[in-house]
Design a protein around this ligand. Structure first.
Ligand SMILES: [Zn+2]
Length: 254
């Protein structure tokens, strides 16, 4: 039974039997795995402090052929969202981990998705504002899945979306459309202003720790939240559990 060691991100855990936990984790080199962490729910477990969602860990696990569940030998935290000075960020780290879990393929390494997770965790522990980071993370997650709509031309008429103008997210999420094509029939709740589109474009060029530096206002972040929620609804199989928590937190305080 071969022992593997790996860098990994904890995505979620659930209870198993008397005192164990199942841990879903994304390894850098071999994709998503599910493993048993024996006695993880006992006090002074060797896994304590290592299984919070989005914790970056060094793991060792045994894997048997034809067995879906691996057996975790140890998990040592390298960086933990518990280290954040911002209490709201903990709810978001669960949200980010759940999104990664929703898109990550089993046993299929995805270095870019892994790096998005670790870089986002790093930004969380640095303690910057979490709302721009959340919108940034969604941009990248959707982009890495190849489903973030192109923001250069209108998906209906093909006209260039001018830099100073906003656009509307099409109902099926396949593209952004210009005001003319959007016409009178649609609602305005999927409107991304020129500033929101600028955030989407700029997010490509910077790391997550610079998301707050893109200078998005509360209104812009709200527009992005609505559009991203719609896109995630189109592209994910099931609704996310953590969405309700972060939505409640996401109301900008005025
Ligand atoms: Zn158009």
């Amino acid at each position: 039974m071969p022992l593997h060691t790996a860098d990994a991100l904890v995505l979620r855990t659930y209870k198993l039997a008397e005192a164990d936990r199942i841990v879903v984790f994304l390894t850098r080199d071999r994709g998503k795995k599910r493993g048993v962490a024996p006695a993880a729910r006992r006090p002074r477990s060797r896994f304590s402090g290592a299984l919070e969602p989005l914790t970056e860990v060094r793991v060792a696990y045994f894997e048997k052929e034809q067995r879906e569940l691996v057996s975790l030998n140890y998990a040592e935290p390298v960086r933990s969202p518990l280290g954040t000075p911002n209490p709201e960020a903990l709810a978001y780290s669960a949200y980010f981990a759940e999104l990664i879990d929703a898109v990550a393929a089993d046993a299929d390494a995805d270095e870019r998705l892994y790096r998005l997770g670790t870089a986002t965790l790093e930004a969380i522990t640095e303690g910057g504002p979490v709302l721009p980071l959340a919108r940034y993370f969604e941009c990248w997650l959707l982009r890495l899945q190849g489903v973030y709509p192109p923001d250069v031309t209108c998906a209906e008429c093909g006209a260039a979306l001018a830099a100073g103008e906003g656009a509307f997210l099409a109902m099926d999420g396949h593209g952004f459309v210009c005001r003319r094509c959007h016409g009178a029939q649609g609602t305005d709740d999927r409107y991304l202003s020129a500033r929101a589109l600028a955030f989407v474009r700029e997010a490509r060029r910077v790391g997550p720790q610079d998301a707050a530096g893109l200078g998005a206002s509360d209104d812009v972040l709200r527009e992005l939240e609505v559009a991203h929620r719609a896109l995630l609804g189109v592209h994910l199989d099931r609704p996310l559990k953590s969405t309700r928590v972060v939505q409640a937190l996401g109301r900008p305080s005025r």
